[in-house]
Design a protein around this ligand. Structure first.
Ligand SMILES: [Zn+2]
Length: 94
């Protein structure tokens, strides 16, 4: 397997780990992968997986949006609860 060249310096690039929840979602939903160049420290996304089924891509995108919406609603709910009124003892404080 030949690795792709770095877009900046032309050296071979290597797979990099997706950082955090958002990058993992992008990786799963789009087929893009994070790559890194050890020579010049370039880091970026390159499409490695061909998505042939556009319908599946659409379904994945909708599922991604639903998950993001749920996360936002949950985050808003938590912020709203903790901002107003004394917070209930849901989370242990340190
Ligand atoms: Zn490079």
């Amino acid at each position: 397997m030949a690795s792709a060249p770095c877009p900046q310096c032309g050296h071979p690039i290597h797979r990099s780990h997706a950082r955090g929840f958002v990058e993992k979602l992008i990786r799963v939903a789009t087929g893009y992968r994070v790559y890194r160049c050890h020579h010049c420290d370039w880091r970026g996304w390159i499409l490695r997986k061909r998505i042939r089924d556009a319908r599946r891509l659409l379904q994945t995108s909708i599922a991604l949006l639903v998950v993001l919406a749920l996360v936002l609603i949950l985050a808003y709910y938590v912020v709203d609860r903790t901002a107003s009124a004394p917070p209930p003892p849901l989370f242990p404080t340190e």
